[in-house]
Design a protein around this ligand. Structure first.
Ligand SMILES: Cc1cc2nc3c(=O)[nH]c(=O)nc-3n(C[C@H](O)[C@H](O)[C@H](O)COP(=O)(O)OP(=O)(O)OC[C@H]3O[C@@H](n4cnc5c(N)ncnc54)[C@H](O)[C@@H]3O)c2cc1C
Length: 298
């Protein structure tokens, strides 16, 4: 029997069939998701996961799509976007955020309340769930620095509070959460002067606007930082700034970014990533490893 006929009433109004992923990713390109779900509560998220397992459907979780390139051929199965599962709660110095809360909103709130520890993450355009999954970081601070625990649905469908010590985390990676759906995160912050925190936040937002091509769609830095170097420095030294494939371009403003310059397809961006990797390897011997996640067929 067709799985679509068996969907429960409780999720029917949160589904979009053939949803264009350009509307759910910051690259603003890529094909459509066969089904996109926008759950608003834990019960719906758990149901979607169990349902997809039951019917053998591909299942993906997306936050704000700020670190993902979706293939032009689209995504089969069920893509579950958590952007409508949002909210912040403060208990003393403990700040908790549901997975779909904007990370930047959590940061703004913490600085207003005079709580430090995540202020350097200002301006990262992802969700709190995505920030945990990627251990997002900037200006010497990482999501895991002040993280106390996070709540997740484990691959076998259990809802569990996972403490920081139960996982291994490092630069843009977390081990031990593969297949988990992060539902919420709790940070233990430190009391600090609110005005100073707000000032650091403002200066970070200014630095980002000065250095990053925020006027174009992108997914941030394309490559992880190679040992003892910067991807953008290497790309620049190879003369690749401004290199273009179709509508995709190595940003003139920040060589570590690829921008959707002019209606780029996902293939344009993918082919440019490969070109940059090949050229940098030929000229310097360094293999750049993508930080961004590719979904679908390329
Ligand atoms: C202009 C710009 C600047 C950026 N600057 C930075 C920066 O300074 N530092 C930095 O680290 N990153 C940066 N990024 C990249 C990106 O914002 C981060 O990686 C962010 O943490 C991704 O969050 P997201 O919600 O968009 O995740 P998505 O892109 O939606 O997903 C990324 C991965 O996380 C998984 N995921 C997302 N949510 C969940 C969840 N709830 N449970 C389980 N898995 C989940 C997805 O399945 C996917 O594998 C930048 C991006 C842009 C566009």
């Amino acid at each position: 029997m067709d799985w679509k006929e068996n969907l429960d009433e409780k999720i029917k109004n949160i589904l979009i069939f053939d949803a264009p992923m350009r509307d759910y990713t910051t690259y603003k390109t890529g094909g459509s998701a066969q089904v996109l779900a926008l759950p608003e509560n834990e019960d719906q998220i758990l149901y979607l996961k169990t349902f997809s397992q039951q019917y053998g459907l591909a299942f993906r979780i997306i936050g704000f799509g700020s670190n993902i390139l979706v293939s032009d051929l689209g995504l089969s199965g069920l893509t579950c976007c958590l952007k409508n599962y949002a909210g912040l709660a403060l208990n003393g110095k403990d700040l908790s955020a549901k997975a779909g809360t904007a990370l930047d909103e959590a940061v703004r709130f913490s600085t207003e309340k005079g709580l430090g520890g995540i202020e350097c993450l200002s301006g990262i355009p992802g969700s709190c769930g995505g920030a945990v999954f990627m251990n997002a970081g900037a200006f010497g601070q990482e999501t895991f620095d002040c993280l106390k625990s996070f709540k997740a649905i484990t691959p076998n469908g259990e809802i569990k509070e996972i403490s920081k010590s139960e996982v291994q985390y490092g630069y843009r990676k977390v081990k031990g959460i593969e297949g988990c759906i992060i539902l919420s995160v709790a940070w233990e912050l430190t009391e600090k002067n609110s005005e100073e925190l707000k000032q650091s936040r403002l200066s970070i937002l200014e630095r980002r606007a000065q250095k990053q091509p925020l006027e174009y769609p992108s997914a941030g830095s394309v490559f992880k930082r190679p040992q003892n170097d910067y991807a953008s420095r290497l790309i620049d030294s190879c003369g690749l700034r401004g290199l273009t494939v179709g509508g995709a371009q190595v940003s003139q403003k920040h060589a570590g970014f690829i921008i959707n310059y002019d209606k780029a397809s996902a293939s344009d961006i993918y082919n440019l990533i490969r070109k940059v990797q090949e050229e940098v390897y030929t000229q310097t011997g360094v293999r750049l490893e993508p930080e961004q996640i590719l979904w679908g067929e390329f």
